[in-house]
Design a protein around this ligand. Structure first.
Ligand code: MN
Length: 333
């Protein structure tokens, strides 16, 4: 089992514009005893918006809740709508609504300007709003790629069964009877690979993003590549993760992969393989809501990062040039 390094969650929430009330659970600009970007690379930043009730907004057309036009460069933003809806518009002419259960995977690449607001339908009716925005770094070879976005509907994502561990053992024996398998949940494969099943999103480096729901008691085991940095968000409910209890709003950071040179030295030692994550159902917020989790894993890019605000480049000179380009209006073109 991959050991847990730290559980991020004890952060003060803040507003992004006037529409997104989020806790920044990790941020590549931080360097403190609890966080080291090389252990989450390629995941730069993780904003978690816990379920928050918004009143209907009668002034929506004049004053929608959210954040107006702003730039990004050098990475990708991934937005997941758990409850509520987000409207996006950008300088490439792209425009879409992210509805409940949908994901938008936006590649800022060489530069984009965009705005993010509550959708008009959600703004007018109000209700519970909960979302995640994740920043995924781009390798230097793709930093200046054309900006684009992938609008990924829930129906586009392959859905796989999560089998209870007490039954899964039968798969490894002569008994092939699937009647012995108890499904305790499902995973929607937003991106990456699940035992040969490809996720809906296209990525520039190997990244897994699995949206997980557990409906009933039991334990199930995820297989994550040993070479990937790995994070797990608890979005709803309470769960045991490799034997450690975690509740909604927690982002679990697993120990970084063992580097290759250490591998060679310890090849014959008794170190266990660190590639499984066991999830055990504990409790839900209410009986109608499953436990919800988001598994992220990614091959570390391993390049220097020079970031400030909405820009993430490799060198300070590239970062200075990006600010100059933005100030003279030569950006997102
Ligand atoms: Mn943005």
């Amino acid at each position: 089992m991959r050991p847990i390094k730290h559980i991020h969650g004890d952060k003060k929430p803040h507003w992004v514009g006037d529409g997104f009330f989020v806790k920044t659970l990790i941020n590549h600009l931080e360097d403190n005893p609890d966080f080291n970007y090389s252990h989450t690379d390629p995941f730069l930043l993780f904003d978690y918006g816990k379920p928050t009730i918004f009143s209907p907004n009668p002034d929506y057309k004049l004053h929608p809740h959210g954040i107006g036009l702003h730039p990004h460069k050098g990475f990708e933003t991934v937005t997941i709508a758990y409850s509520g809806e987000i409207s996006h518009a950008d300088s490439t002419g792209g425009r879409s609504d992210i509805l409940e259960g949908d994901v938008q995977w936006m590649t800022a690449g060489r530069g984009i300007l965009h705005e993010e607001f509550h959708s008009e339908a959600f703004g007018q009716r109000g209700g519970v709003f909960s979302m995640v925005q994740l920043w995924v770094n781009l390798p230097s070879t793709h930093k200046l790629t054309d900006p684009k976005y992938q609008s990924i509907k829930r129906a586009d994502m392959p859905i796989v069964d999560l089998i209870d561990n007490s039954d899964a053992g039968y798969q490894d024996t002569d008994c092939q009877n699937s009647d012995y398998q108890t499904v305790i949940g499902h995973a929607a494969i937003i991106a990456g690979d699940w035992h040969g099943i490809s996720g809906a999103a296209t990525t520039f480096t190997p990244v897994n993003m699995w949206d997980i729901e557990l409906y009933t008691t039991g334990s199930t085991t995820l297989q994550v590549p040993e070479t990937h940095n790995t994070l797990l968000l608890v979005q709803e409910g309470q769960v045991l993760v490799n034997g450690t209890a975690a509740s909604a709003g927690s982002l679990i950071e697993f120990s970084a992969p063992i580097p290759d040179h250490v591998d060679a030295q310890t090849e014959h030692s008794s170190l266990p393989a660190t590639d499984t994550i066991e999830l055990t159902y504990l409790a839900t917020t209410n009986e109608d809501t499953p436990i919800k989790l988001l598994l992220l894993s990614g091959e570390p890019i391993g390049e220097p990062v020079a970031g400030h605000g909405p820009f993430v480049m490799n060198t300070q000179e590239e970062l200075r040039q990006t600010f100059r380009d933005y100030q003279i209006g030569n950006f997102g073109k």
